[in-house]
Each structure stands twice: as structure tokens, then as C-alpha cells.
Design a protein around this ligand. Structure first.
Ligand SMILES: NC(=O)C1=CN([C@@H]2O[C@H](COP(=O)(O)OP(=O)(O)OC[C@H]3O[C@@H](n4cnc5c(N)ncnc54)[C@H](OP(=O)(O)O)[C@@H]3O)[C@@H](O)[C@H]2O)C=CC1
Ligand SMILES: CC(C)=CCC[C@@H](C)[C@H]1CC=C2C3=C(CC[C@@]21C)[C@@]1(C)CC[C@H](O)C(C)(C)[C@@H]1CC3
Length: 381
């Protein structure tokens, strides 16, 4: 409901989340036969670049999600060259979202059912409370696979993230149809988010160490998050700009580009530093960093990016999130939905990670917290 509501708001003239009565869609606007064809076709395209079984010691990628993004890009350019009306995605947003939500629900039912045939060691700790609704939502099985095809890993990145980029491009094309050329704001939003998605797919294997893959079950929350929430709510700024053009000065644009650049730099450098340290602590780029030992044998970084705050990667991500909203001006709250939701998500995620790390590392974690007292924002939080 939230996804559909937000899309409706973004397409309404007022674009106000508080407007009353809310901009409800007619049933005709919710359905288009093209939508299920496109959603299923999109998933099928991504199945062509398959993911093999993932164990945390050996991973086979063939080929990477980044190649998948490039292939999708080439196909899209060819379609545009042939005159495909990509701008029609603006009108299709609601039907596409309805199909993605329905698909997420059906797929989660399948995951829930099949989990009863999974061996006990394949189940996730959190998603097996015995309460059917809760377990369906959180997910009972940790890494469900068909043969050696890992369903969670496949859904986490590829279809949703590249779907987000295509929706953004569709919004840009719609703007071109309406106004003759894309606005500076639309170009910035598209470029920033394309960079973010390309980065995620380029560093695809890094998600193997995220909480979602390591700890969480694969249930409705993650399926819906990956296949519906990400593509349709993360693209709200571009959807908003179609009906609500913004004037942006060159100086304003330069400041926003700088903010996104700084955010991206912090995000990428800190994530890469930790990944490198976890893969090979003797590597020259991390060997000189100060660390503390833990009873598990693993060490924790206390200098470099991870000595600045306990989650420098969240800090960079949040700066980028702000830079994606600013091109939409200050007249509406809707384009700031992402940065607000994301702040809440990351604060909650940080608290969850903190609990897990304290349980895992005990006293050593407390020592780390004494060395690095701030969680995300230096001297603030
Ligand atoms: N755009 C979006 O919607 C979302 C984006 N993200 C982004 O995903 C990225 C990954 O985030 P997430 O999976 O939450 O967690 P992190 O990548 O921050 O990983 C946390 C883990 O890192 C290890 N760690 C923590 N501190 C240290 C240290 N000092 N030294 C060495 N290792 C340490 C611990 O695992 P261990 O010790 O076991 O290695 C800890 O559990 C982030 O950049 C985040 O912003 C996340 C969620 C949503
Ligand atoms: C409201 C709701 C249903 C929330 C579910 C949460 C999911 C939307 C997010 C949980 C972790 C995510 C990650 C990314 C996207 C959002 C979800 C699925 C991510 C793929 C975005 C790109 C990043 O570079 C990333 C690869 C680090 C990241 C991994 C976690």
C-alpha cells in the first residue's frame, strides 16, 4: 500500500504526502496487461546471467551483475534507437508496482512452503518462531536454493537494482517527451543513482558478508524489499521530477555533485577497507592500520575509516541519500522520503549490528566502542 500511495502522490499535482483526501488511483490505473509481461520478462533477462551456489568459502560468479547491467544498458539503447516509448514507464509505474508486489507475495508463499522440507541446519535463527505470519514475513530458510542456484543472492541485487535504473531512465525519457530535454535535476538524480547501482553490481560479492545474506531468513520482507520496495520507492525522486520540474542553478548543482562525491568516497573507501581487511589483513593497504584482537581470533579495525565512527559506510550512504533529494528543491517532502526512511533503516540496522557484534566479540567490542565512541555521525551520534 505504501509503495502504491507514494507513486500516486509523486504523480499528483500537489505531490503532498499529507493531502486529504489522498490521491487514490482508479482501478483502471492499477492494471495494464503489459505490466506482468514486463515484470516477468525482466526477471527472465536477469536469470540469463545466473548465480551459482554460494558457500562462504567458494563463490562462482558467471558472469557478474555488472555485466548484466551493461547488457541491459545495451539492450535498452537498442530499444530506444528503434523508437521504443520508454517514457510510457511513467504511466506504467502503478501497474508494474502492483505486479511486483503480487509476485513478491506469491514467491514468498513458495519460499515459506518449501522451507518445511529444508534440513534444520538450513533454517535461519530469527525466522522460526512457530508463528506462521511472523515466520512468513521474516523468512524461515536462510539461503534457499534450486539446485545450485541461490534465490536470495539473485534477488538481493540484480532485478531490483537494475529495475530502479531503468525506471529512472523511463522518467527521464518522459520528461524529454513533455519538455523537449531532460532537466539538470533529472540528469543529476539519474547519474547519482546509476553510479550507486553500478557500484553495487561491480562489488557484487561484497553482499556475501551483509547481515541480510549471513543472518536473515529469506521471507516476504526481503523479497518485497528487493523486488518491489527498492525499484519503486528508490526511484521516487525521478518520478516526482516528471510532474514537478525544478530550477537548479549551476552553483547549486556543483554543491550537490560535491556532496554526492564526498558521500560516495566515504561509502566506497570504508566498505572496501573493511572488505580488504576481512579478506586479507596482511594486504599492504590495511596492514598498517591499528587493530584490536577478539576472542574469536578475528581482529577489529580501530584506525582508518573504522576509527572515525563505527559505521563510516552508513555515513557516506546517508550523505549520498541527501544529495539525491536536494535536486528536487525544498517545496515538497516527498523527494526526501528516501533520506528519512534510510536514516531510520540505518539507525535500526546499526543497533542490530551492534547487538550481534557485542554478542560475538564481548569485551573486545566494548573496548572498540571506547576507542570509537560515535556510531554514524562524528561528534553527533
Ligand atoms: N541502500 C540501501 O537500501 C541499503 C544500503 N546498505 C549499505 O550496505 C552496506 C553494508 O552494510 P551492512 O551490511 O549493514 O553492514 P556493514 O558492512 O557495516 O558490516 C557490519 C559488520 O562489519 C564488521 N565490522 C564492524 N566493525 C568493524 C571493525 N571496526 N573492523 C572490522 N570489521 C568490522 C562486523 O562483522 P564481522 O566482524 O563479522 O566481519 C559487522 O557485523 C553499507 O554501506 C550500507 O550503507 C545497507 C542497507 C540498505
Ligand atoms: C521496508 C523494507 C521492506 C525494507 C527491506 C530492506 C531492504 C530494502 C534492504 C535491506 C538491505 C538492503 C541492501 C541493499 C538494498 C536495500 C536492501 C535490500 C543494497 C543492495 C543497496 C546497494 C548497496 O551498495 C548494497 C549492495 C551494499 C546494499 C546491500 C543491502
Amino acid at each position: 500500500m505504501t509503495v502504491l500511495f507514494l507513486i500516486c502522490v509523486s504523480q499528483s499535482p500537489e505531490a503532498s504526502v499529507l493531502q486529504w483526501p489522498p490521491p487514490l488511483p482508479t482501478t483502471a490505473r492499477l492494471w495494464d496487461l503489459l505490466a506482468p509481461v514486463l515484470v516477468l520478462g525482466w526477471i527472465a533477462v536477469h536469470l540469463i546471467s545466473p548465480v551459482r551456489a554460494i558457500t562462504f568459502t567458494s563463490v562462482c560468479f558467471s558472469p557478474s551483475g555488472f555485466h548484466g547491467l551493461c547488457i541491459s544498458g545495451v539492450l535498452l539503447m537498442m530499444l530506444l534507437g528503434l523508437g521504443a516509448p520508454l517514457g510510457y514507464l511513467f504511466e506504467l509505474l502503478l501497474p508494474l508496482a502492483v505486479c511486483a508486489i503480487a509476485l513478491s507475495f506469491l514467491f514468498s508463499v513458495y519460499l515459506y512452503m518449501r522451507s518445511f522440507w529444508a534440513p534444520p541446519d538450513a533454517l535461519a535463527l530469527g525466522g522460526n518462531t512457530g508463528s506462521p505470519l511472523y515466520d512468513f514475513f521474516i523468512g524461515r530458510e536462510l539461503n534457499p536454493r534450486i539446485g545450485n542456484f541461490d534465490l536470495k543472492y539473485f534477488c538481493e541485487l540484480r532485478p531490483g537494482l537494475s529495475g530502479w535504473v531503468v525506471i529512472n531512465l523511463g522518467m527521464l525519457m518522459r520528461e524529454v517527451e513533455i519538455r523537449g530535454s531532460p532537466s539538470l535535476s533529472m540528469i543529476l538524480v539519474n547519474s547519482f543513482q546509476l553510479l550507486y547501482v553500478a557500484d553495487a553490481l561491480w562489488n557484487e560479492e561484497a553482499i556475501l558478508t551483509t547481515m541480510d545474506i549471513v543472518h536473515d531468513g529469506f521471507g516476504f520482507m526481503l523479497v518485497f524489499g528487493d523486488l518491489a520496495w527498492v525499484p519503486f520507492t528508490y526511484s521516487l525522486q525521478a518520478a516526482f521530477l516528471v510532474m514537478h520540474p525544478q530550477a537548479l542553478s549551476v552553483l547549486g548543482a556543483a554543491i550537490i555533485v560535491a556532496l554526492n562525491g564526498i558521500g560516495y568516497y566515504i561509502f566506497r573507501k570504508s566498505n572496501s577497507q573493511k572488505n580488504q581487511f576481512r579478506q586479507d589483513p596482511t594486504h599492504s593497504s590495511v596492514a598498517r592500520l591499528e587493530t584490536i584482537g577478539t576472542a574469536t581470533g578475528k581482529r577489529l579495525l580501530v584506525s582508518g575509516w573504522w576509527g572515525l565512527v563505527r559505521h563510516p559506510n552508513y555515513l557516506g550512504d546517508l550523505l549520498m541519500a541527501l544529495a539525491w533529494s536536494l535536486p528536487c528543491g525544498f517545496s515538497h517532502l516527498l523527494p526526501y522520503f528516501y533520506v528519512i526512511y534510510f536514516t531510520v533503516l540505518l539507525i535500526h540496522r546499526e543497533a542490530r549490528d551492534e547487538r550481534q557484534c557485542r554478542a560475538k566479540y564481548g569485551l573486545a567490542w566494548d573496548t572498540y566502542c571506547q576507542h570509537v565512541p560515535y556510531r554514524i555521525f562524528p561528534y553527533i551520534y
